[in-house]
Design a protein around this ligand. Structure first.
Ligand SMILES: [Fe+2]
Length: 282
């Protein structure tokens, strides 16, 4: 249990002013939380299934014999403990698989429910991620399907966010392929996009609301960084995804369907049509 609120009243007020459409900088009270120290996160990495850990250790020598490459669990623990040295990153995914972290995620997201539920419906598929990165690391340009708040625990990072609904950045078929799992996670970057970006820098105790599918890239500051990402899906976000998928079907018939509307558009008819189609296709 949290012994204090994760989000102070002014953060909840700011969130209420922008959810779900706009990025915003918020504040939070999770700095120093015992579950988010590097030691605790190294233990979390040992408890998570291997499939929930992604990392890149910059520490292996160039000429290492295969039998000397550390086993993945040992490798990730070592990487976390030595994160201050340059060139590595760790993503711990779906941390709610470990009960203490499920409790933390539930408590943090419960504080947002009064703002979220009336707008985008019940909070579903609650998932948490921890990103541990060496100084200077970059996360390439991409978007994500979840509602997300990224809380900075240690170090700093700058996220540059782009408008969700700007199909000059990404055409409708790119959105459709994303929901159908057809394209690589990273999005193609063009220098003329830069002018449309909004850069938000967060220090420990600060957070960013990342709207569903707002394209973004991240630059780490010059200290090791630990961030917690708390995410959820909503009936609204599922409907947008399914309406995109249905549009892809229509496009296959040579039609030029209208893109799903931004919130508060309901996108329901197309979403229901796609769900029916998916059932038929099995
Ligand atoms: Fe992301």
């Amino acid at each position: 249990m949290l012994n204090k609120m994760a989000f102070p009243p002014e953060a909840l007020g700011a969130f209420a002013g922008i959810y779900p459409n706009s990025p915003a900088k918020l504040t939070h009270g999770l700095v120093g939380h015992p579950l988010l120290s590097l030691d605790a996160l190294a233990q979390l990495a040992q408890a998570l299934p291997a499939g929930s850990i992604e990392y890149n250790s910059g520490f292996l020598p160039i000429g290492i014999a295969p039998e000397d490459v550390p086993a993945p669990e040992l490798g990730v623990v070592e990487t976390i403990r030595r994160i201050a040295e340059s060139g590595s990153w760790v993503a711990l995914k779906r941390i709610e698989q470990v009960p203490a972290y499920a409790g933390l995620l539930r408590d943090v997201l419960a504080e947002l429910k009064a703002v979220v539920a009336p707008r985008t419906g019940a909070m579903m598929q609650l998932e948490g991620f921890v990103f541990i990165t060496s100084p200077g690391g970059v996360t390439p340009f991409h978007f994500d399907p979840e509602h997300n708040i990224l809380l900075q625990i240690q170090g700093s990072k700058t996220m540059t966010l782009f408008p969700v609904e700007d199909e000059v950045l990404f055409s409708a078929p790119v959105h459709e392929d994303f929901h159908l799992g057809r394209h690589h996670r990273n999005l193609p970057w063009r220098d003329e996009f830069a002018a449309k970006g909004q850069a938000i820098t967060i220090q420990p105790g600060e957070a960013i609301h990342v709207p569903v599918k707002a394209p973004h890239w991240v630059q780490n500051g010059d200290a090791p960084s630990v961030s917690l990402s708390v995410t959820w899906r909503s009936e609204w976000s599922y409907a947008e995804a399914d309406a995109r998928a249905f549009n892809s079907v229509l496009r296959g018939f040579g039609l030029h369907p209208r893109s799903p509307g931004a919130y508060p558009a309901q996108n329901r008819a197309k979403a229901l049509a796609y769900r029916a189609l998916r059932k038929v296709r099995g």
